[in-house]
Design a protein around this ligand. Structure first.
Ligand code: SF4
Length: 196
């Protein structure tokens, strides 16, 4: 009985589906499993799930730094919530509260969503047409799309809670969620991670 170790696996539901991680098993080789692991002494199941998820996001950020490839997230919170360095920057550097973006949704900052037919959308959840890579150069869409230019400056026009938030340039909320919940792309993100 003493050899039994309890573990936790988290079912994290995103707008794209459930998050799974790759795992190498001696017996079965490479498989995909829900993120999780063994419960450490003194932890409850929620603390274990949070620690394990944090490890997944941190390893993505760390791998990106090692291969000099910036890792962006479509969701606004991972960089802040799971990177102590970013969180420290967000709270301590006044410049970051005045327009310098250090985290949050990466659309138009360091990522572009291209659908299978070449259509470039602002985001899979906010399908505003931005161009088509089969008809235009990626560089032209990136530099000249009015929608992309609007998205890069949107944090200066946020409303409600996000508009007043001291982390708006480090987070900025999910603009798709804000649109569907408030009717405005600049509205507040009612799914704010700080409230959870
Ligand atoms: S209110 Fe919440 S979702 Fe909006 S910018 Fe601040 S931390 Fe992000």
């Amino acid at each position: 009985m003493n050899n039994i170790k309890l573990g936790v696996r988290a079912l994290i539901k995103t707008k794209k589906g459930l998050i799974m991680v790759e795992h190498n098993e001696k017996k079965n080789g490479k498989i995909f499993i829900f993120p999780g692991g063994g419960i450490d002494p003194g932890e409850n199941i929620f603390q274990t799930a949070e620690r394990e998820l944090k490890e997944v996001f941190l390893s993505l950020i760390k791998t990106g730094l090692e291969i000099n490839l910036p890792v962006g997230f479509g969701d606004p919170f991972p960089h802040l919530l799971f990177s102590p360095k970013r969180m420290k920057e967000a709270y301590e550097n006044d410049d970051l509260l005045n327009g310098k973006i250090i985290g949050g949704c990466s659309v138009s900052i360091d990522s572009m969503y291209v659908a299978q037919d070449g259509t470039v959308l602002l985001c899979p959840y906010l399908p505003i047409y931005c161009g088509n890579v089969k008809k235009q150069l990626v560089k032209d869409i990136w530099l000249n799309s009015n929608t992309y230019q609007m998205a890069r400056s949107i944090r200066g026009y946020l409303e409600g809670k996000c508009g007043h938030c001291n982390l708006k340039y480090a987070c900025g909320g999910c603009r798709a969620n804000a649109y569907y919940e408030t009717g405005s792309i600049c509205g507040e993100d009612t799914g704010c991670w700080r409230d959870t």
